[in-house]
Write a protein that binds this ligand. Structure first.
Ligand SMILES: [Zn+2]
Length: 142
């Protein structure tokens, strides 16, 4: 599905400057889990941008999953175009850590509206894989 929209040789949507194949694609494809909280965050941004709903649910902490979440995400993804990601800061979240925090700004457009989502996200490692726990979200028009 999402592979059709992006070639492995194209620049990764997460803004790292690397090609997709050498950045978020292995995490999204499930061939290599994201090694750090920041890498997971980047790959989840790509999943939002590309509509990889299963990946978004798989990489969320189990206790935070809501019934009907896939449908909700599908609706959100339909009406939202993600146009850029900027990582502002990270705390822990490295390969040897068990938790981490990533602060970022993601730009998006929804219909005529343009906005920036600012989030301080918490991540945790479950069974050796990083998952998204929750975050403090702030939206502002731009
Ligand atoms: Zn990437």
């Amino acid at each position: 599905m999402f592979q059709d929209q992006l070639n492995s040789d194209q620049t990764c949507p997460c803004g790292s400057g690397k090609v997709f194949r050498e950045c978020c694609e292995p995490a999204l494809q499930g061939t290599q889990p994201a090694p750090t909280a920041e890498a997971l965050m980047r790959s989840r941004y790509c999943a939002f941008a590309l509509g990889a709903i299963d990946y978004l649910i798989d990489t969320q902490a189990k206790e935070k999953r809501q019934p009907g979440e896939a449908e909700l995400l599908a609706e959100q993804i339909q009406v939202t175009t993600w146009t850029g990601l900027k990582i502002l800061s990270t705390r822990k979240g490295l390969a040897d850590d068990t938790d981490g925090v990533v602060e970022f700004e993601a730009r998006f457009e929804s219909g005529p509206q343009k906005a920036i989502l600012h989030e301080v996200s918490r991540f945790r490692k479950d069974d050796g894989r990083w998952v998204y726990v929750d975050g403090e979200v702030e939206l502002r028009p731009c």
